[in-house]
Write a new protein. Structure first.
Length: 127
C-alpha cells in the first residue's frame, strides 16, 4: 500500500463530492480521507474474491458460514498434514475432512437445462 502517493480528500470534500469520490474508488483508486490533516479512513474498492463469494452466498450456492468451514478445513489440514499417517499419526483420524453439503439447485419443472432457463430470465429482464 503506497500511502505516500495515495490521493487524499478532506472529510468536507468527501461530503460535498461523495459520488465523484466513490466513482474514483470504484475505478480502483484508493483514497485517504483526512480531518484536520490527519488520516481518518482509507476508501478502497472491495476485494474481487469477497464480491464473488458474497454473490455465491446470496445465490444459495455457498453456505453463509463458508468462512467458518474454510477455517475448520485449514485447521484439519494443519492437524493432519499430508504424509502424517506415515509418521505415526492417529489412525482413527478421518482420512479426509468432512465435506459440507451444499444443496444442488432444483431442476426446472419442464426439464430444460438451467442454462436455458437463465438465458430466458435474462431476456425477460431486458424487455
Amino acid at each position: 500500500m503506497d500511502l505516500v502517493h495515495m490521493t487524499r480528500v478532506t472529510v468536507r470534500d468527501l461530503s460535498r463530492n461523495t459520488a465523484e469520490v466513490l466513482e474514483r474508488v470504484s475505478g480502483g483508486e484508493r483514497i485517504e480521507v483526512t480531518r484536520n490533516g490527519k488520516p481518518v479512513a482509507i476508501l478502497s474498492p472491495p476485494n474481487p474474491v469477497d464480491v464473488v463469494m458474497s454473490g455465491l452466498v446470496k445465490a444459495g450456492v455457498m453456505p453463509s458460514d463458508w468462512r467458518d468451514e474454510q477455517a475448520d478445513l485449514h485447521q484439519w489440514l494443519r492437524d493432519n498434514p499430508p504424509g502424517a499417517d506415515q509418521d505415526g499419526a492417529d489412525p482413527s483420524a478421518p482420512a479426509v475432512p468432512p465435506v459440507p453439503s451444499v444443496p444442488s439447485p432444483a431442476a426446472p419443472a419442464d426439464g430444460r437445462p438451467l442454462s436455458e432457463v437463465l438465458i430466458d430470465m435474462r431476456a425477460e429482464e431486458r424487455t
